[in-house]
Design a protein around this ligand. Sequence first.
Ligand code: HMG
Ligand code: MG
Length: 299
Amino acid sequence: GLPERVEIYEVGPRDGLQNESAVVPVAVKAEFLDRLADAGLRTLEATSFVHPKWVPQLADAAELLDVLTRRDGLDYPVLVPNERGLDRALEAGVTHAAVFASATETFAQRNLNRSLDEQFAMFEPVVTRAVENGLRVRAYVSMVFGDPWEGGVDPAQAAAVGERLMAMGCDQLSLGDTIGVATPGHVGAVLDACGALGLGPETLAVHFHDTYGQALSNTLAALRHGVTTVDASAGGLGGCPYAGSATGNLATEDLVWMLDGLGIAHGVDLDALVATSVWMAGHLGRPSPSRVVRALTPA
Ligand code: HMG
Ligand code: MG
């Protein structure tokens, strides 16, 4: 069966923008977040408190959260890799953080400058202290379905990385197909591997990139396995600066179109969302890669 409702976890302002080389003005980022909220999105991953030299686009995280009016009832999670990042996030008054681990050794080195084992030592005090401070903490695992340097990834290995993060006190595990290589059968295998470690679909989210055009099919497979939280990026923006072959995330508009067709509730106003992505595409100087945005935008 399929769920009656899906929670869309919007990552455009973070995953979408982090790969843009031209720095987007902080006022544009704040307006992007406001427009997404106006369009009905309730969870908006706003930015990252990572090292500013690693992701210059998001170096303005504190300033963004300062100028942004955070609305009651809406959730603005931020990425936090280490204690320095947590200090900065707490200073900015965040209530929801996300740590992000790698399922593979190579990507742990490239994305976090840590070995696979060392990443847990980095995250443990972050999660502990975040929870002590009343924050909710999401756990991401990247390269769950494949890695550009190592190739295939064992579902049991990916699930084990997620399980270690959840044991620290995280409340949700987002399974990242960083380079978009997953296919629906593989999604089922990973969700089963998570289930075997006691991580049922109610604690999971899926995070697909659309590099190979499989993001929607993979999402449908996950919904059929009981997952009800889906990460998506307005207009299909996105990519990861430390994974060359990563392209845009699943476009939120493409997801909404599919959910509408299936009669699954989501709370998003598609026209307002498309208008937002068209507006953002204007700022970025190139059209949205989302098929739904293109189909609904007159030439
Ligand atoms: P490092 O160089 O090993 O850092 O980077 P360090 O711990 O050795 O510290 C070096 C210096 O940096 C110190 O300063 C720290 O204070 C400072 P010094 O004492 O020398 O003056 N520093 C910081 N400053 C500000 N904010 C911080 C911070 N941390 C250290 N947070 C680190 C390690 C983890 C920080 C670095 O590797 C990093 O920032 N990585 C982030 C990379 C990133 O953001 N990648 C994209 C997000 S992941 C993704 O997109 C995948 C996802 O979408 C899911 C999917 O698709 O699969 C989530
Ligand atoms: Mg991503």
